[in-house]
Design a protein around this ligand. Structure first.
Ligand SMILES: Nc1ncnc2c1ncn2[C@@H]1O[C@H](COP(=O)(O)OP(=O)(O)OP(=O)(O)O)[C@@H](O)[C@H]1O
Length: 218
């Protein structure tokens, strides 16, 4: 067991209205597993992933990462845990526009206090973009930008990669290529992968698909 969530609750209050999103979610994800979170729009997939990923504190319940109770840690220790053991990929890539592809990929190493351009170059090679390292994000296609974001996620060899609709902005052919690349590279490194997607046709590449519906995992 690498991730164990127990009885997670999360809702939002907007004005006077309360929306319950997670109603007591329990799940376990094993080391090296590739898990998709699917389900209808608004079901709470992103909320669940953010909660597992240390990005959104549940109102009740616990998230264990290995034997560490994530939200019982101080904010600083949570940040250290995220930086050292996790990586994130988002639908909108979130590359820094004024930095080159190579500089973007090197950021996680710089945050960790290690300047390692060699590792960043190697990660860009792994996603097939060694020849684009000096390009700015605006000079790359959507699929290429997401491959740079994948290289950035891989560069520190994280234990867990969380991806929120990583192919949501790509056409179906590009999306399938990018998803396959992400799964293959995570497998090579033995990383655990948690991916939110609404595209059920891509879930065949994973080990397990969890359906989020009405605030629970079914
Ligand atoms: N910060 C917020 N404030 C208020 N409501 C929110 C907030 N974040 C999410 N919600 C609500 O929580 C519910 C679940 O949102 P979430 O983004 O987790 O769903 P999802 O399954 O990922 O949806 P989609 O597939 O459409 O992205 C939605 O009804 C949404 O409006």
């Amino acid at each position: 067991m690498l991730i164990k969530a127990t009885n997670l609750h999360r809702g939002y209050t907007v004005g006077k209205k309360r929306v319950e999103v997670l109603h007591g979610v329990d799940l376990t994800i094993n080391k090296g597993e590739k898990v998709f979170l699917c389900g209808p729009s608004g079901a709470g997939k992103t909320t669940l992933m953010y909660t597992l990923a240390g990005l959104e504190k549940p109102e009740a319940g616990t998230v264990l990462i290995g034997d560490v109770d994530l939200y019982s840690l101080s904010k600083r220790r949570q940040a250290n845990l995220r930086n050292s053991r996790m990586a994130y990929i988002f639908q909108n890539y979130y590359l820094l526009p004024e930095l080159t592809a190579l500089e973007n990929v090197s950021i996680p190493a710089l945050i960790g206090g290690r300047s390692n351009m060699g590792a960043a170059e190697a990660a860009l090679e792994r996603v097939g973009l060694g020849h684009r390292q000096d390009h700015l994000p605006a000079e790359l296609s959507g699929g290429e930008q997401q491959r740079v974001a994948i290289a950035r996620a891989l560069v520190n060899k994280p234990e867990i990669i969380f991806a929120d609709e990583p192919t949501g902005n790509l056409d179906s052919k590009n999306g399938e290529q990018v998803m396959k690349m992400l799964l293959d590279l995570a497998s090579e490194d033995g990383s655990t992968l948690v991916v939110v997607t609404h595209d059920q046709s891509l879930t065949k590449y994973g080990d397990r698909t969890l359906i989020v519906k009405d605030g629970v995992v079914i």
